[in-house]
Design a protein around this ligand. Structure first.
Ligand SMILES: NC(=O)c1ccc[n+]([C@@H]2O[C@H](COP(=O)([O-])OP(=O)(O)OC[C@H]3O[C@@H](n4cnc5c(N)ncnc54)[C@H](OP(=O)(O)O)[C@@H]3O)[C@@H](O)[C@H]2O)c1
Length: 355
């Protein structure tokens, strides 16, 4: 179960939220919000209201009658919970789902939105030295990965993750669509026998140095080959994201491993970084984020953060798109007591109910 650390405070301040909306309804609404946000035909300039029927299906209602809606889009304010969001059962879990995922369901007509995730031990490792990564984090976090896949156009991994895990990368644990699977294998070291190059379960792209593609060659197993220009430190990530955008992939979820996530982070290409920390000590192994050394802590990355509990794990959701990241001194003044989080960090205003 995902628990937003805002819920305790909100319970005491808003009794109607105690009844809440059920988690399955909340997820259906979130999927619809994500689908609408992707749909270029949907005009962002008009309000929109959504509700769920008794069968769980989501349908639009007249935006003038927001009291009948569970979720409302307001052009200059984003998604808001409608009055009906208080009429179902199971409030805390649904509230946490809205808190975590609705901010990811905004339309973004500009460049690709790239969100990365790593599940790491408390001492910062994502796998053992031999590459065993099953399972660093627990079930709630794995379910979160499937939710992120369902909300994304593309799910991207580095070559070493495919070599170590032979993953499927499909959406199986929650309702929702599969994302297009994107593998970064610049040197084409992965055999086309790998599971996701053959299973036919979802569209798959293999992105490599374009010099590695022979004239006329189009596929690697069943995956489509995408040639990307190489630069001194690997593939040109701007060209890669452009190539994905040309295929309609604007919301990319990077699921690992550490080397791949770190390259996007260092290149300034991530809008969010999610790190799930598990109460597990590996001791040594494959590290998560690796960046060049920083001499002064004042120069370290200290982005605005939201915190969610996922079973025994804690997910830190860093907003890297913020115009003014927090400074070290702001951080010291902003002590976050247990089970609460600053309003600014949780984005509570964004999700507040319309009365
Ligand atoms: N706990 C978790 O959240 C999690 C998630 C995923 C994976 N894992 C584990 O992590 C391990 C793999 O992670 P890892 O950090 O070792 O490797 P990785 O990130 O999966 O793959 C790294 C490789 O991908 C290619 N690559 C990625 N970005 C590139 C770029 N911008 N330009 C060029 N090439 C790029 C390079 O291939 P070349 O070396 O061929 O150049 C690079 O060495 C596995 O053990 C896996 O089980 C854990």
């Amino acid at each position: 179960m995902i628990r937003s650390e805002s819920t305790q405070r909100e319970r005491s301040g808003s009794p109607s939220h105690e009844r809440g909306i059920n988690a399955a309804c909340a997820w259906s609404l979130i999927l619809s919000a994500a689908r609408l946000a992707r749909n270029a035909a949907w005009s962002l300039e008009h309000p929109l209201a959504l509700t769920t029927g008794p069968d769980g299906r989501v349908s639009p209602v007249d935006p003038e009658h927001r009291s009948q809606a569970e979720l409302v889009w307001l052009p200059h304010a984003g998604w808001r919970l409608g009055d009906r969001a208080g009429d179902c059962h199971g409030g805390d879990q649904a509230r946490a789902l809205f808190d975590l995922y609705l901010p990811l369901c905004r339309p973004h007509p500009g460049p690709a939105e790239v969100i990365a995730h790593l599940g790491q031990s408390i001492d910062g490792y994502i796998a053992t030295a031999d590459g065993d990564a099953r399972f660093v984090t627990g079930e709630a976090n794995i379910r979160h990965l499937h939710r992120m896949r369902a909300l994304s156009d593309g799910v991207l991994v580095g070559a070493e993750t495919v070599a170590a895990d032979d993953p499927r990368l499909t959406t199986r644990l929650v309702p929702g669509p599969n994302a297009v699977r994107v593998v970064l294998d610049p040197r084409r070291r992965l055999s086309c026998e790998r599971y996701l190059f053959n299973d036919g379960e979802a569209e798959t792209l293999l992105c490599c140095d374009r010099a590695r593609i022979r004239p006329g060659e189009k596929h690697h197993g069943q995956a489509e080959l995408i040639g990307v220009p190489a630069v001194s430190d690997g593939l040109d990530l701007g060209a890669l994201l452009d190539a994905l955008a040309e295929r309609g992939l604007h919301r990319i979820f990077i699921e690992g491993g550490g080397a791949t996530v770190s390259r996007f982070l260092q290149a300034g290409r991530l809008s969010r970084l999610q790190i799930a920390v598990a109460p597990l000590v590996i001791g040594s192994g494959r590290p998560g984020v690796r960046l060049p050394p920083t001499e002064r802590l004042a120069d370290a990355l200290r982005p605005a953060t939201r915190i969610f509990r996922m079973g025994e794990d804690v997910l830190y959701d860093f907003d890297l798109s913020a115009e003014s990241p927090r400074t070290a001194s702001e951080h010291c003044a902003d002590v976050i007591p247990q089970n609460t989080i600053s309003e600014n960090a949780i984005g509570r205003a964004e999700l507040s109910r319309i009365r």
